[in-house]
Design a protein around this ligand. Structure first.
Ligand code: G16
Ligand code: MG
Length: 212
């Protein structure tokens, strides 16, 4: 049975993917090529530097280590600037209601995100207070699809992996949850998130009992 819940951030709690896309696209445009929405899909759940490498390979561009770091920093500043427009109203539909239910049931909650900006973002949408632990890009050494991010979360919540449910919108994140031995709930469409145990379009109307 499920005794703890782990949540991805981007695309599950809030739609920051649109801001990542704008900032990455600007970077690509600066280097003389475009980044399509479909290409942006490959970057979901993937760390900042890995995302940059994928974009550079799309553009067929090679940069030095220093140049890559500088571009990544510039992208992040633009991303954070865009994130400033976020308010608690940007929390995706049904998320707060579902997490309120979990709080009521005393189900511990953890964040499992590749983002180094997770705490800043959770603060700006007033969702930090729901979490008993935050595992983010500053703590992990192996990104999704590696199970590390969710295994750390389970350990923090003192819950066995098989008793954890993971909510994820990215293919890499579902793979991460499955290799951690957890119940994987995909947020999105079944064709994309084929490896998930359950796929829902969003949290509206979703109840804890629906996990069983
Ligand atoms: C998120 C996004 C990714 C992003 C990554 C790193 O992961 O889905 O697209 O590249 O964080 O973000 P940052 O540049 O803020 O450190 P997740 O796991 O929350 O979906
Ligand atoms: Mg995500």
């Amino acid at each position: 049975s499920i005794k703890a819940c782990l949540f991805d951030l981007d695309g599950v709690i809030v739609d920051t993917a649109k801001f990542h896309y704008i900032a990455w696209r600007r970077l690509a445009n600066d280097l003389g090529f475009d980044l399509t929405l479909e290409q942006n899909e490959q970057l979901k759940g993937i760390s900042r530097m890995e995302s940059l490498d994928i974009i550079l390979s799309i553009g067929g561009i090679t940069l030095s280590k220093e140049e890559r770091l500088a571009r990544a920093t510039e992208k992040n500043l633009r991303y954070l600037e865009l994130c400033k427009q976020m308010t608690p109203n940007d929390v995706l539909p049904g998320v707060r209601t579902f997490m309120d239910e979990l709080k009521q049931l005393s189900i511990p909650m953890g964040l499992g995100s590749a983002s180094k900006n997770a705490t800043i973002i959770l603060n700006s949408i007033d969702m930090l207070r729901y979490f008993d632990t935050i595992v983010d890009g500053n703590r992990i050494t192996k990104g999704k699809p590696d199970p590390q991010v969710f295994l750390m979360g389970a350990e923090d919540l003192q819950t066995k992996p098989e008793n954890c449910a993971v909510f994820e919108d990215a293919v890499a994140g579902i793979q991460s949850a499955k290799s951690a031995g957890m119940l994987a709930v995909g947020i999105g469409v079944k064709t994309v998130l084929a490896e998930a145990d359950i796929v829902i379009a969003g949290f509206e109307g979703f109840k804890f009992a629906d996990l069983h």
